[in-house]
Each structure stands twice: as C-alpha cells, then as structure tokens.
Design a protein around this ligand. Structure first.
Ligand SMILES: Cc1cc2nc3c(=O)[nH]c(=O)nc-3n(C[C@H](O)[C@H](O)[C@H](O)COP(=O)(O)OP(=O)(O)OC[C@H]3O[C@@H](n4cnc5c(N)ncnc54)[C@H](O)[C@@H]3O)c2cc1C
Ligand code: SF4
Length: 569
C-alpha cells in the first residue's frame, strides 16, 4: 500500500511535491522517488485501485444496462467532454465532471480532462512517436514562436530511457522526420492494409504507411503481461499491457517507499518566498472539505496537464509575480496549440472478402509526415506538416444498429456477412504558436471551490486551414491511387481541443524575456519549480505528444536531482 496523506497534520515538508499523477506526473514521481527523494503527489481526484476501480474490465456491449449509452443526467454532467464522442456508459467515470469544472469558450475549444489518479493516461490512444530534429528546429527555421532551447540529441537518451521502461511497440524505419524508438516487436497490418500500403508507397515515393507505434506490450516486459488485443484499454487491462500511470509508473514510485499520495487535493497555487527567491511549497484545497492547506518542499513539479498547470501558475501571485509565477515575459497563458484532427477520407476496398479480421487490434496505421521535410517536399502554401492515422476493418453487425429493420433473419444477415472492407485515414496537423491563442483567469466565473476558472481564446489560423485543405486533397488522392471505391473526403471543421493534444501556455525558451521555462523545464525566475507537462511545449510537431512529455519529465527530474545534490536549488 502507498502512503496516503489524507488526514495528516498541516505544514508537512517533503523533498519534492508533484502536482498531478497523470502521464507526466507519474514519471516525475517515479524518477524522484527512485532517486531517494521523499515525494508528495497531490492529486485532485480519487485514488484508483486497479482491483476495484475498473468494474467494466470484463464487460461486453450487452452487459451494460443502457448498451453503452449515457443517461440524460450523465449527458448534463459531461456536457463538454461528451463532444469527443469517446464517453460511454463503461468509461464515463474516468472523465472530469464538466458541471463542477466549468471553463469559458471565448471561441469554441474542447478541453478534455480526467480527474483521478492516472489522469488521461487511462484514456489515451497509446500512439507514441518521438519528435525529430525537424520539429525542434522548426520555430528557428521558419520564424514562428521562439526557438526551442533544446534539440533532438538532448532528448534522445531520455526517449530511450522512458521507452525501455514503458514498452513501445513499432517498426524501425530510419526516417529523419520520425526517429525510431527503442522498440518492442511491431503489431501487424491486416491483409487490406498490406495491399493499401504497397499501393500508396509505389504511387507516392517518399510516403510510408506503417503500423502505429504504440505503448502496448507485444511481449511480456518488466513484469507486465503481453497485450491480448482486447481493445478495452480504457476500461482497465487485466494484463497491465498498456502504459499508464495508475498501474505502471505510480506503483514503481510506490515500491521505493518514498511516495506519499494526497488525493482530493486541488493545487491552488505555488508559495513563493521573495527573500529566498524560490518557491517553498504548494497551497491546496481539500476538495472534500473545502479546507485550504499548505505543504512544503525543496522542489515542485507541475504536472496537472497543460491548462491546469498554467491556471495554477497564474493563480500564484505575489508582489514579485503580480501576473502569475514566472510570468516576467508576459507569455504565461499564451501560445496555446493543439493538432487539427478529423479531416481525411474514407472508402471501401474490394478484395479479401473471404477474410475477416478476427478479434481486435488496439492500434491502426500511421502515415508519417511527408511535406516540408526537405527542399524537394517544400510547400508554397503552408509551413510544417501533418501525419495520418487510420485503418482498415469490416463494420460487422454494428452496421445494422441504425437500420429500420428487425427480426431473426435481419440479425442473421448481419452476422453471416461482416460487410465490406472499409479504410479511412485522418490527419493530425501541426498548429503554429500564436501569441493571441491564449488562456486567461476568469475571476467572474468561479468553480465549485471558489477558484477562478479559465477563459480559453484560441482558433485555427491561415496556416492550419491551408494544412487542413491539403490533408483532405492528399487523403482522397491516396485512397484513389490505392484503388478504393466510394471515396468520401471529410473535414469535420472541429475547433481546437478535439485533438486532445493541447500544448503551450508556459513555453520553454532560451530567453527569459520571451519564455517562461529554461532548457531544463525550470521556471526562469524560480528555478526550483519545474513544468514538464504539455504547458512547456514551444511548438507542437504533428505527432502525438505524450512520449515527449514523458522524456522531458525524466530529463528534468534528473537535472533536479543533480542540482539538489549540488545544493543549487
Ligand atoms: C481519448 C484520448 C486519446 C488520447 N490519445 C493519445 C495518443 O494516442 N497519444 C498521445 O500521445 N496522447 C494521447 N492523448 C493525450 C494524453 O492523454 C495526454 O497528452 C496526457 O495524458 C497528458 O499528460 P499530463 O500528465 O499532462 O496530464 P494528465 O494525464 O491529464 O494528468 C493530469 C493529472 O493532474 C491532475 N490535476 C489536474 N489539476 C490538478 C490540480 N489543480 N491539483 C492536483 N491535481 C490536478 C488530474 O486529476 C490528473 O490526474 C489522448 C487523450 C485522450 C483523452
Ligand atoms: S488491448 Fe491489450 S492493453 Fe488493451 S486491454 Fe486488451 S490486452 Fe490490455
């Protein structure tokens, strides 16, 4: 059992405090505890006990009272998160209650949150890609935003470090725009995907279609079991086969004996001591009693997730930092980014009707970025690029759900014929860091605990719209050349936030005048405060970001440990 600090007396002092126990917080806790630091993790939600808190792990669609649907009360409770289309009867308890956690959409923005131990690491799609040198150089090359203070070589060993522990399956390709990870064996493309891959790659030299790189164990690894392709990951995995914080990093931290978790603890602000010129602790609100308390530590890691971390920093005002901790540059809250998403094409595939992909595969295909990676691939319409995710499958009996028919014959026809092979690809495009895509503290609208909420003011601009247009054109063209039928291009015109890859608002940079954090994720003006979740990102690449948050967190923790040893913090 971990140490729980639920009723402990106030003014407790630790070596380190980590705010948030999700994807990045789990890594901070593990690395700091393993280095011998007595570490307090503040988590605003409940503790997740894998033995009790995944009651739907073994359920099938027909085991649910509402066959997976939400009640009208639930739809009200999750009225923002529900826009994702990912919430159902089985996993609703893993999404944050929107009624209790309001925010203002100055322009439409979907902020997806998970408020319990593990955060969104329990819900994620596990797609895991390294960023490349092209990504870290991008801002300096085309002049948008500020230059990253690090390059790929600075992060490469830390990618390896986290991959070796987490377990990432995939295929090595040697592409400069998508560096290879330290891989477990890849999953397999299905028969239709293999055909489409061959046709795309022969028609479009320089484009590749590969199996997705995922944080799933394709072989037993570090005491965890091999993935059985149940594809029920967010309901909990009996084999502990996908990477998440609840059952992988937090237990590793706990095993050291150095971890204390305080659940129901909403970090309110960071306490800054002007005389010492550094932070000394964290003020929190006990979400059950409403009590405000203070905990102290030598270093503080902010891992509450991009916008929650920035909210805490903005709330941390003092005479030294009247506009929020570390906000000398005025950039805190600015340069919010996400990936554009749900633009692409779909079609049907003729052939392989004798084959039915049995079982499930918790993964799809990936087409790495191919625009603007060298002089030959330079676009005159946009900077940066996009990659595609997707896959081929047969719809099965579910395709009958919306048909006006019934009876035994109808059901038998749906089961005897799984329907045509369908293939789709959807792009994820990079968004530039714009100063006026921002969040501000909304002191007129308070949450249940009396804290200012966030007003989010963010939209796509010319470059993102040009990328989106190209995504649809390219998707249709690739499916056409791959011989698909009934091709339909789509652009769902989704607002930012739908990508669930929100980044920026406390960016890293070389110059304290234009950035909030330095090259090792320390607040420039309060070096014992580290921000290693998505808030720290200086640009947003077009690949999924969580692996990069993990690597940045492990790297920053290593720096913190060595600076503590030298008594520099
Ligand atoms: C459906 C879905 C699919 C996704 N797929 C992918 C994917 O395939 N690949 C990928 O790279 N990413 C994916 N993501 C995104 C990924 O989940 C996030 O990037 C990642 O979880 C962010 O890690 P984090 O540590 O910043 O925040 P989180 O994992 O969200 O954790 C934040 C934690 O902080 C806690 N917290 C918040 N505020 C406070 C506070 N004030 N005080 C104390 N605690 C607080 C929360 O309760 C939570 O536990 C997906 C997300 C979703 C929802
Ligand atoms: S797909 Fe793999 S990781 Fe997901 S629940 Fe099934 S066995 Fe576990």
């Amino acid at each position: 059992m971990p140490n729980y600090n639920i009723d402990a007396k106030r003014n407790m002092t630790y070596d380190a405090i980590v705010i948030g126990s999700g994807m990045s917080g789990g890594w901070a806790a593990k690395e700091l505890c393993e280095a011998g630091l007595k570490t307090l993790v503040l988590e605003r939600g409940r503790i997740m006990d894998p033995a009790k808190d995944f009651p739907n792990m073994h359920k099938e669609a027909w085991d649910y009272e509402l066959r997976g649907s939400l009640t009208p009360e639930d739809k009200k409770k999750y009225y923002k998160n529900i826009r994702t289309g990912f919430i159902g009867e089985g996993n609703k308890h893993l999404y944050a209650n929107d009624e209790e956690n309001p925010y203002t959409e100055v322009k439409p923005f979907l902020w997806v949150r998970a408020h319990q131990m593990g955060g969104r690491s329990q819900l994620w799609g596990r797609q895991s890609y390294r960023w490349s040198e092209i990504d870290f150089e991008a801002n300096a090359r085309d002049g948008h935003g500020v230059d990253w203070p690090i390059r790929y070589k600075d992060l490469a060993p830390w990618y390896t470090h986290v991959e070796k522990f987490a377990g990432i399956s995939g295929e090595a390709l040697g592409l400069p725009q998508l560096p290879d990870s330290h891989f477990l064996p890849p999953m397999e493309l299905n028969c239709v995907e293999k055909d489409i891959k061959q046709r795309i790659e022969s028609n479009f030299p320089g484009r590749h279609m590969i199996i997705g790189r995922v944080a799933h164990l394709t072989v037993p690894h570090n005491g965890r079991g091999q993935c059985q392709s149940r594809n029920k990951c967010s309901l909990g995995c009996p084999y502990n086969a996908f990477f998440n914080s609840t059952t992988v990093t937090m237990p590793a931290a706990e095993a050291t004996g150095n971890l204390t978790i305080r659940p129901y603890s909403i970090a309110h602000s960071i306490i800054y001591d002007e005389e010492q010129g550094k932070a000394t602790g964290v003020r929190l609100i006990d979400s059950e009693t409403g009590e405000m308390m203070e905990y102290f530590a030598r270093i503080i890691f902010c891992n509450a997730s991009t916008l929650s971390t920035t909210r805490i920093l903005m709330n941390s005002t003092s005479s030294r930092f009247p506009d929020g901790l570390g906000n000398d540059s005025g950039e805190l809250g600015h340069n919010l980014m996400d990936h554009t998403y749900r633009i692409g094409a779909m079609g049907t595939f003729e052939g392989h009707e004798d084959k039915y992909y049995k079982g499930r595969r918790p993964n799809g295909i990936y087409i790495p970025r191919y625009w603007n990676i060298n002089e030959q691939t330079k676009s005159d319409k946009f900077v940066r690029g996009f990659g595609f995710q997707g896959g081929a499958s047969r719809p099965g009996w579910g395709r009958g759900a919306n048909e006006d028919s019934f009876g035994a014959d109808f059901k038998a026809s749906l089961i005897s014929d799984p329907g045509p092979w369908e293939f789709f690809i959807t792009g994820f495009a990079e968004c530039l860091p714009y100063h006026d895509n921002k969040v501000t503290l909304d002191t007129d609208n308070l949450d249940k605990w009396g804290q200012p909420t966030l007003a989010i003011d963010c939209d796509w601009k010319e470059n993102e719209l040009a990328l989106n247009a190209q995504i649809e054109v390219d998707a249709v063209e690739m499916l056409d050349k791959a011989g698909l039928q009934n091709i339909v291009g789509f652009n769902n015109h989704h607002e930012p936030g739908f990508g669930i890859h929100e980044m920026g608002t406390a960016r890293m940079g070389r110059d304290p005048k234009t950035s909030v954090l330095n090259a090792t994720n320390q607040v420039h003006a309060a070096k014992n405060v580290f921000v290693t979740d998505g808030a720290c990102m200086t640009s947003n690449s077009c690949v999924n970001p969580s692996l990069t948050y993990m690597a940045l967190t492990a790297r920053a923790a290593d720096h913190a440990i060595s600076e503590l040893k030298k008594q520099n913090l």
